[in-house]
Design a binder for this molecule. Structure first.
Ligand code: AMP
Ligand code: GLY
Length: 431
C-alpha cells in the first residue's frame, strides 16, 4: 500500500510513526517532510500548497491513500481535487475547511445555528474598526479572519493597544490577505479546552482528550504560539463535561453543516471556552492539532490507517478506536525567539537519544522532528518548533522526568523550551 502524508511538522512525524506501527507493508511518502521524517519515508520535494503538483505526483505514483496534516492545503481544496480524480484522501473539503480558514464564516455559521460563541462584529477597514473599539470595554479580542499560523489573535488591554494592532493588520498588512477581514469579539473568561473528533459524514468518534500549552513562556506568559507542549488525557475533563461538549457543540455543528450541504469527513478540532455552565466555541481547526496529536497518537492502540479509511469510506461506526490508559506528554524544543524572529541552521546533537529514532516498537520516549533538516547524516535546526520529545507512563511524573532528561541532553544552539509542561496547577488554574 502506498501512503502519502502531506506536511512537515511534528504532527506529521507522529502520524508517520503511527502508520509504521500499524502496518508492516507500506510504502510511505511525505511531502515535503523534514529531517527526521526523511529517515522513515521517501521525501517528495513538493510544497504542501502546490495542490496540482501533489495531485500529479499522487496520480503518477498511484498513491492509495493521502493524509493531509496542515490546514493550508485543505483550505486550498486538496481533498475535493483528489476525490474528483479518484484518489482516496483523508481531510475535509474546501467548504468545510472554511471553519478554519475564515473566522468570519465560522462566527456567522455558529450564530445562525444558535451554537454559543462570543458576540462579535467584523470589519474590512481601519476607520470603522477603530471607531468601534472606542466604545468597547477592554480587553477585547481582535482576530484576523484568515489563516495566520495560530498567530492572528491578539487580546488588547486598552484602546491604544487595539489601535496599534488594527494599524498593523489593516495598514501594515502583517497578515496580508488573511487580515483583510477582522473579527472583533467579546473577551470571555473561563477555562480553555480543545476537543478533537474523527468524522465520516455519518457518525463521529472522539479522540483521546488532551491539553495544549499555547503560550511561549512558563506560567502561561508571553505570546501565543502554535503550542509548546501537550498532555493527554486532559486532566480536568469530566465525563459529564465531555457529554455536554458532544451534545451542545459537536453534534449540532456536524448536523448544521449537513443541513447546509457540507458533509464533514476528517478530524474536527474545537477550541472551547468553558464559562460557568456554558460552553463557547473559540475556534475550529479542520485537522489534527499540533502538538496535541503527538501526545494522543502515542496512546493509540488501534490501526491508524483503518481510522483514515473508515472516515473516508463512511464505516467509522464499525471501527474500534482505542487508546491506552497511560499519561502521555509532549514537549516542544524550539529555537529561541519563536514565535517571533529566530535563527536556524544549527547542528543538533542527540547523543544517546538517537536510538529513539526507531519507531517500530513500543518506546518509552519518542522523538518527533518538526523544524529540522538532514544533510548527510547530520540534523540541523530549520524552524521555530524544532523537535517534539514525547513519553508516556502510568505515572505522569515519570513521563515528565523522561522528557526533561532528554530535553537537557539533546543539544543545539539557541535551544529553548518551557520547563512547566505537565504542571497541572498552571494551565488549569482557572478550572
Ligand atoms: P483562536 O485562534 O480563535 O482559538 O484564539 C487563540 C487564543 O486566543 C485562544 O486559545 C484563547 O486563548 C484566546 N481567545 C480567543 N478568543 C477569545 C475570546 N473570545 N475570549 C478570550 N480569549 C480568547
Ligand atoms: N495546537 C493548536 C493547533 O494545532 O492549532
Amino acid at each position: 500500500m502506498k501512503i502519502l502524508v502531506i506536511g512537515s511538522g511534528g504532527r506529521e512525524h507522529a502520524i508517520i510513526y503511527s502508520i509504521l506501527r500499524s502496518r508492516k507493508n507500506v510504502d510511505l511518502y511525505c511531502a515535503p517532510g523534514n529531517g527526521g521524517i526523511s529517515d522513515n519515508a521517501k521525501i517528495v520535494n513538493i510544497k504542501y500548497d502546490d495542490i496540482d503538483g501533489l495531485l500529479n505526483f499522487a496520480l503518477s505514483e498511484k498513491i492509495d491513500l493521502t493524509v493531509v496534516g496542515p490546514e493550508v492545503p485543505l483550505s486550498l481544496g486538496i481533498a475535493d481535487k483528489f476525490l474528483h480524480n479518484g484518489l482516496k484522501v483523508f481531510g475535509p473539503g474546501q467548504k468545510a475547511a472554511l471553519l478554519e480558514s475564515s473566522k468570519q464564516f465560522t462566527k456567522e455559521f455558529l450564530k445562525r445555528n444558535n451554537i454559543k460563541t462570543a458576540d462579535y462584529q467584523s470589519f474590512t477597514d481601519f476607520k470603522t474598526a477603530y471607531a468601534y473599539i472606542q466604545n468597547r470595554s477592554h480587553p477585547v479580542v481582535i482576530k484576523a479572519s484568515g489563516l495566520a499560523a495560530g498567530k492572528g489573535v491578539f487580546i488588547p488591554q486598552s484602546i491604544i493597544e487595539s489601535e496599534n494592532y488594527l494599524d498593523l493588520i489593516f495598514n501594515k498588512k502583517i497578515f496580508g490577505k488573511s487580515g483583510e477581514t477582522v473579527v472583533i469579539e467579546d473577551y470571555l473568561e473561563g477555562f480553555e479546552l480543545s476537543y478533537m473528533i474523527a468524522a465520516d459524514g455519518k457518525t463521529y468518534k472522539p479522540l483521546a482528550t488532551s491539553m495544549d500549552y499555547k503560550k511561549a513562556y512558563d506560567g502561561d506568559k508571553g505570546e501565543n504560539t502554535g503550542g509548546m507542549g501537550s498532555i493527554s488525557p486532559h486532566p480536568y475533563l469530566s465525563a459529564a463535561l465531555e457529554e455536554k461538549i458532544k451534545k451542545n457543540i459537536i453534534e449540532p455543528v456536524l448536523l448544521s453543516l449537513k443541513n447546509e450541504g457540507i458533509i464533514y469527513k476528517g478530524i474536527l478540532y474545537a477550541g472551547l471556552m468553558i464559562k460557568d455552565d456554558d460552553i463557547y466555541v473559540l475556534e475550529f481547526n479542520v485537522r489534527f492539532g499540533d502538538p496535541e496529536t503527538q501526545s494522543i497518537l502515542i496512546r493509540l492502540k488501534s490501526d491508524i490507517v483503518g481510522l483514515f479509511e473508515s472516515c473516508i469510506d463512511g464505516t467509522l461506526n464499525d471501527y474500534n478506536l482505542e487508546f491506552d490508559n497511560n499519561q502521555a506528554v509532549c514537549l516542544v524544543l524550539s529555537s529561541a525567539g519563536y514565535p517571533g524572529k529566530y535563527e536556524t541552521g544549527f547542528e543538533i546533537s542527540f547523543g544517546e537519544y538517537e536510538k529513539y529514532f526507531n519507531y517500530s516498537g513500543n518506546n518509552d520516549i519518542y522523538i518527533f522532528h518538526a523544524g529540522t533538516k538532514k544533510i548527510g547524516n547530520k540534523y540541523f535546526t530549520n524552524g521555530g518548533r524544532v523537535l517534539n520529545i514525547c513519553s508516556k507512563n502510568k505515572d505522569l511524573k515519570t513521563a515528565l522526568s523522561d522528557i526533561y532528561n532528554a530535553a537537557d541532553a539533546i543539544q543545539f544552539k539557541n535551544k529553548y523550551y518551557r520547563r512547566d509542561i505537565g504542571n497541572l496547577g498552571i494551565s488549569a488554574i482557572k478550572v
